[in-house]
Design a protein around this ligand. Sequence first.
Ligand code: HEM
Length: 492
Amino acid sequence: MVLHNLLESFDLKCWLIFFFLFLLLVDIIRNKNPPNFPPGPWRPPFVGNIFTGADLKTIDKLHKQYGDVFSVRWGSSKTVFICGYKMVKEALVTQLDSFAERPVIPLFDKVYKGRGVSLSNGYIWKMQRKFVITQLRYFGEAKKTLELSIHQESVFLCEAFKEEKGPFNPQFYLSTAVANIISALMFGHRFDYHDERFRNIQRLLVEAVSLAGSSQANLYNSFPSLFDYFRGPHQKVFADYFAILDFVKDEIRKHMENLDPSDLRDYIDAYLVEIEKKKSDPKAGFDLETLACATMDLFEAGTETLATILRWALLFLMKFPEIQKKVQAEIDSVIGKLRQPSLADRSNMPYTEAVLHETQRMANILPLGFPKKACKDTTLGGFVIPKGTPITTNLSSVLSDKNEWEAPDTFNPGHFLDKQGQFRKRDASMPFSAGKRVCLGETLARKELFLFMTFLLQRFTFSPGPGEELSLKGQLGFTHTPIPYRMCVIPR
Ligand code: HEM
């Protein structure tokens, strides 16, 4: 009776307040941190820290404030950040199995649906990853096609550079050159620099990767069901990926028409044969849809990253011409001016190797790695991270860790040289991450970087276009890219 009278006396305002308090209570209960959860900034109800920003400066500030393990809440999802060499190594290497899974990332899940390598988990991931590694080794190393196709592509790249009469932005040529190396491995052929469809695929790829890192796209990841009804950059990302997927599916169709299982030409051929072999093991996920996703996955992972690192490499060499001269001097003395650079030269060129490693460190192209989640209840740095919590390994904080690098903010090839001038590996050099999810294209990427750069520097000297102010600041999308610049190439 009392309750009935109370409800009778409620007007609309009271109902709204009641409803708000109810939602607030649900939000507080649902998002209550478990005991000893990593600390973080105060999280306003409902939205959490979506206004805190996800840029590197903010993350660096939070790292300084809360230590190597801290948490941030975006929407209803809490992410734990792991920073600094020691803590990242503890998470990925010492506790090898603790953070080896990917969370669902709504922006990518729409397209990939857990297929491929980068975004899959469990048995499918294990089988697909193993297959890719074997095939990259076979088509990249055993068949010797990789070195040959990089040489061929370097010739096309040099020709394209020579045809430019004035200062130009090298971005498109570099993307096409590295996309062609992946194309040769995956599709068995390269594309002409003037091929309109391929040019368009490059454009879509650059756009998708850059939009995927925007703050609006992050908002979609926080509230996917809400933003599905709105127009925005997330819709553009989906459209771009579906167009790239169509392109890959066309290649698969052509391969199916003239497949000869006794003469495998490339990765797609090998995968088509594997689909037949794995019919008795459907859980391994070998089917045509996964092939298309896995191939797009590799195409994307192997193109944008490498094109970006080559752009950074040229930028650093123009910014520090004395370093460029020293690399050229090493090329001249070890390879000479006529012979083509070969992978066998790497071990005799410590200075060039050091410059390329330092380029990877300073370029910091995937500063926050790629998202992962805790596979089980885990303790890290004294904090409890419950199973399923998304985590971000802050690779940027490893590559600039003051406890590991003598001059973290300076481009200094000396970081990778010993007192005798020989190349030395550094444990904190982790641009490819570490542990079970470590980049599977690391070997390929290092080979491409060495061969393309030595080939180019053997033939050209690079300098900024007249009046061009070169900035080392970079801009952050999904990857950390240089601000576009124009350069001049001077034949040597
Ligand atoms: C400079 C070039 C590159 C850099 C800096 C780079 C960096 C990375 C990083 C940081 C990750 C995330 C690892 C993690 O989650 O802990 C990754 C994953 C991956 N990368 Fe690369 N990568 C490069 C080139 C390549 C190339 C050329 C390929 C392809 C052939 C490739 C294929 C992949 C794949 C498939 C994954 C997902 C691995 C998995 O989830 O198991 N990457 N890469």
